[in-house]
Write a protein that binds this ligand. Structure first.
Ligand SMILES: [Zn+2]
Length: 58
């Protein structure tokens, strides 16, 4: 079984490689980056401050 030839789960009938793989990889790497940042105490603190400031209106 070759994963590269798998049909895309979106139902387009194209293979996954030529369809949603790119979008999925991008979403995945963004999530991985966020996860990596959150597991780093310094970065997590930065992110929390950033989010706090974003949610503050005045
Ligand atoms: Zn697709």
């Amino acid at each position: 079984m070759n994963q590269d030839d798998e049909l895309c789960p979106c139902g387009s009938g194209k293979d996954y490689q030529g369809c949603c793989k790119k979008a999925f990889d991008q979403a995945n790497s963004a999530r991985e980056k966020l996860k990596a940042a959150m597991s780093n105490p310094e970065k997590a603190k930065e992110l929390k401050e950033l989010l706090k400031n974003l949610n503050k209106d005045d």
